[in-house]
Structures are given as structure tokens and as C-alpha cells.
Design a protein around this ligand. Structure first.
Ligand SMILES: CC(C)(COP(=O)(O)OP(=O)(O)OC[C@H]1O[C@@H](n2cnc3c(N)ncnc32)[C@H](O)[C@@H]1OP(=O)(O)O)[C@@H](O)C(=O)NCCC(=O)NCCS
Length: 97
């Protein structure tokens, strides 16, 4: 996503990502939003982190512009609360005896 340089730093980028997340949550069955950001783009990364995205992978030299390569960071936002299992399921315990 892009905000024109003349308008940046005024909260427009945050409103754009928040609206995107809100609309995504309204799509039944959608579980996760993935995005890619140039790893050195701390401005955009700060925004995504602060809205709950987490990094999960790095694609080295994922982007080439002219003769310059850039690493790309993969980020994801889970749209639902995960059901974390604290131990083995009850039936698995039974099967082990
Ligand atoms: C990244 C971008 C979309 C942010 O949009 P914006 O309207 O300028 O951002 P906002 O004013 O809503 O600021 C949102 C957050 O970005 C971060 N941010 C903004 N300016 C920053 C700066 N100069 N340095 C570091 N972080 C900065 C902050 O976390 C900020 O939140 P805060 O002000 O509550 O602390 C915009 O700068 C842009 O279009 N950049 C060029 C294109 C680009 O990099 N796009 C992303 C590709 S993945």
C-alpha cells in the first residue's frame, strides 16, 4: 500500500490498514492476512507490527529493482483466536493407555 509523500505521517496509512483488517474480518472463512514488505522498510513494518502482524519468514533477494536486490519479509495477521491445546487430546491419552 502507498500513501502519497505529501500526505504521509498523518495517520492515513494506519486508517487504510485498519479498514483492510476490518473488511477482512467480515469475510466468512477468512483466517489470515499475509503481506510482504521490504525488510529494511522500518516505517511500514512499525505500522504492521503495531496492528498485530507478526514476521514469519524472510525471502532473501526477493525483490530486484534495477541492479539492487532487497530482502523481503513475510508477515501475517491471524484473524481469529487460536484454540491452543495444553496437552494431548483426551482420546490420544486413552489410546496410549
Ligand atoms: C508506509 C506508509 C504506507 C505509511 O503510511 P502513513 O500514512 O505515512 O503512516 P501513518 O501516518 O498512518 O503512520 C502509521 C505508523 O507508521 C509508522 N511511521 C510513520 N512514519 C514513520 C517514520 N518516519 N519512521 C518510522 N515509523 C513511522 C509509525 O508506527 C506510525 O504510527 P504512529 O504514528 O502511531 O507511531 C507510507 O509511508 C508509504 O506509502 N510509504 C511508501 C510506500 C511503502 O513503503 N509502502 C509499504 C509497502 S509494504
Amino acid at each position: 500500500m502507498y500513501v502519497h509523500a505529501d500526505a504521509s505521517g498523518r495517520g492515513i496509512g494506519r486508517r487504510l490498514i485498519q479498514e483492510t483488517i476490518k473488511r477482512a474480518r467480515e469475510i466468512e472463512g477468512l483466517e489470515q492476512i499475509n503481506l510482504t514488505v521490504v525488510a529494511s522498510n522500518s516505517r511500514a513494518k512499525n505500522l504492521y507490527f503495531s496492528e498485530g502482524f507478526k514476521s514469519f519468514a524472510m525471502e532473501e533477494r526477493g525483490l530486484k529493482m534495477g541492479e539492487t536486490y532487497y530482502d523481503e519479509e513475510q508477515m501475517a495477521l491471524r484473524l481469529f483466536k487460536e484454540c491452543v491445546q495444553q496437552g494431548a487430546p483426551a482420546d490420544a491419552k486413552k489410546r496410549r493407555g
